[in-house]
Design a protein around this ligand. Structure first.
Ligand SMILES: [Zn+2]
Length: 134
């Protein structure tokens, strides 16, 4: 898998991943976030480093999928770092914990460097405009 940049408008680019079917979601999420925690910006080390974990925004117990739109690279584990924070502050963790009736692709998360962004199923992100495009 490799990280490419695609033009999405005048002066704007966003990462796009290409690779064979059967890609590694964890690696793809790591690349999407340029190897940094999506919430605090801390460098995460190698894609397989134990210093971070691949959060399910809509918890698996709530029917959440393994797709990229539902995943976020967060420092720490389910009990430490930003990953632990998300699980311990579900009520306040807007965007980081999506309720079972929500659609992770339509719920923005507050990134450390880009403000509110939407994540999609192709390892891309876009700035949230606040508009419902349904
Ligand atoms: Zn973090």
């Amino acid at each position: 898998m490799e990280l490419l940049w695609r033009d999405v408008g005048p002066g704007h680019q966003q990462p796009a991943l290409t690779g064979p079917a059967g890609y590694d979601v964890r690696e793809g999420v790591w690349l999407r976030e340029s190897g940094r925690c999506l919430r605090c910006g801390r460098p995460l080390g190698e894609p397989r480093s134990p210093s971070w974990s691949c959060h399910h925004r809509q918890l698996r117990s709530q029917g959440g999928s393994d797709g990229p739109e539902n995943r976020a690279a967060l420092c720490g584990s389910g009990t430490t770092g930003c990953h632990g924070w998300a699980h311990h502050n579900r009520a306040d963790a807007a965007g980081w914990v999506v309720p079972s009736h929500g659609d992770p692709a339509r719920v923005p998360v507050l990134s450390w460097d880009r403000g509110l962004i939407l994540l999609d199923g192709e390892f891309c992100w876009s700035i949230w405009t606040g508009e419902d495009d349904q």
